[in-house]
Design a protein around this ligand. Structure first.
Ligand code: ATP
Length: 354
């Protein structure tokens, strides 16, 4: 689809997976919201084409002039930044309003089930004015789900919340995804949200999709212009393998193991970890005189310059798992870092995302 404005053109041609969370990520003004609104039909891209599975929602490019399904006829739910509830109705009535939008035969989820999933059962009889911002947003999401959409579009749904409320709501979004298997397209400019929620990532830059692919693939690309700047890094899926005697927990992934502060989840739990490039250092031989516990065997794949002066970004392969390291150009020269070189990657810090 293509939308032209005075100083901005959105021009995207994307095929996205019909499951999981797809995050549209980019700087302010890159076109994320415009893209999402065009998908919802709230913004018309003249001559555009948009299909959801076998349902064609817009086709004005190939002879089907004027085929445009109105937003309210598309089986989608939209959640915006600001919660939008009817102030004079209770939480339950607000949710019922969503439910009534779906014909009985198409209703997929029961109100009580959705309320439990989003942790709002105790709030059902309150009015929106008696809710916190995070609670209000959870009710908005519940109402959208009860309208039985086949896909949920979310435009920075956490942006209006402070960090505490954000952290409170994120687990619900994860649960939603796990338990309802509803595909979600999620607009964000927060690298933390991307790392935590995305399965598929689209990078938008000046109205164009400069990358689109599975999270781990896109995050480990070092040829993308400053998309993540200082936040460059990868996300790896690990399995909680053991509790150590000294209050550390051992996580395993195909490339090795990582020790982190004690976690209380059961053995076998899958945990997503984020490792920033700035927290990975490189050494040619094992470092025995080092306080850094986590070290994995890695092979250099490629190098690229970064926005940080004097530094380079190194893409490594750790038994098929990508890892990024940001080191000074001086160190890269001294260690003669080059593709194919085998070395030790020391991981100084790991952020657990769940
Ligand atoms: N209704 C409008 N009329 C004209 N220009 C608009 C309109 N809405 C947005 N724009 C412009 O289109 C461009 C893309 O805006 P958009 O809101 O899609 O970006 P975004 O990536 O979602 O940004 P943000 O993260 O700040 O919300 C911007 O240059 C913006 O100024």
């Amino acid at each position: 689809m293509r939308i032209e404005r005075r100083d901005f053109t959105l021009d995207v041609d994307l095929t996205l997976p019909g499951r999981g969370v797809t995050v549209l990520f980019g700087h302010s003004g890159s076109g994320k919201t415009t893209c999402l609104r065009a998908m919802a039909g709230l913004e018309r891209a003249p001559g555009g084409y948009f299909a959801f599975g076998t349902q064609v929602w817009q086709d004005e490019a190939s002879g089907r002039q004027g085929h445009f399904v109105a937003p309210h006829r598309r089986a989608l739910g939209v959640v915006f930044q600001e919660a939008s509830l009817f102030a004079h109705l209770s939480v339950r009535r607000n949710m019922q309003f969503g439910e009534q939008r779906a014909p009985t035969s198409e209703r997929r989820f029961a109100l009580a089930e959705v309320a439990a999933l989003l942790g709002i059962t105790p709030l059902l009889d309150r009015s929106p004015g008696q809710l916190s911002g995070g609670e209000r947003q959870r009710v908005t999401i519940a109402r959208a789900i009860l309208a039985a959409p086949q896909i949920l579009l979310m435009d920075e749904p956490l942006a209006a919340l402070d960090l505490k409320r954000k952290l409170e709501i994120l687990p619900y979004l994860e649960r939603l995804q796990r338990e309802l298997s509803l595909p979600i397209i999620y607009v964000s400019h927060s690298p933390d949200e991307v790392a935590r929620l995305a399965d598929h990532l689209v990078l938008l830059d000046q109205g164009k999709a400069i990358a689109s692919g599975p999270l781990r693939e896109v995050l480990s690309r070092i040829d993308l212009p400053a998309a993540f700047a200082d936040d460059a890094g990868v996300v790896i899926e690990t399995r909680l393998a053991a509790q150590e005697a000294d209050d550390l927990t051992r996580l395993e992934f195909p490339g090795g193991q990582i020790l982190v502060s004690r976690r209380d989840e059961p053995i076998g739990t899958l945990l997503r970890c984020r490792i920033h490039a700035r927290d990975v250092s490189l050494a040619l031989v094992p470092q025995v005189h080092s306080s850094i516990l986590n070290s994995v065997e890695a092979t250099v794949v490629e190098l690229a310059s970064t926005v940080t002066p004097g530094h380079v970004l190194v893409r490594l392969d750790v038994v098929g798992e990508p890892l990024l390291a940001r080191i000074t150009r001086r160190s890269a020269d001294k260690l003669q870092i080059r593709p194919g070189l085998a070395l030790k990657a020391q991981i100084k810090a790991v952020a657990l995302l769940a």
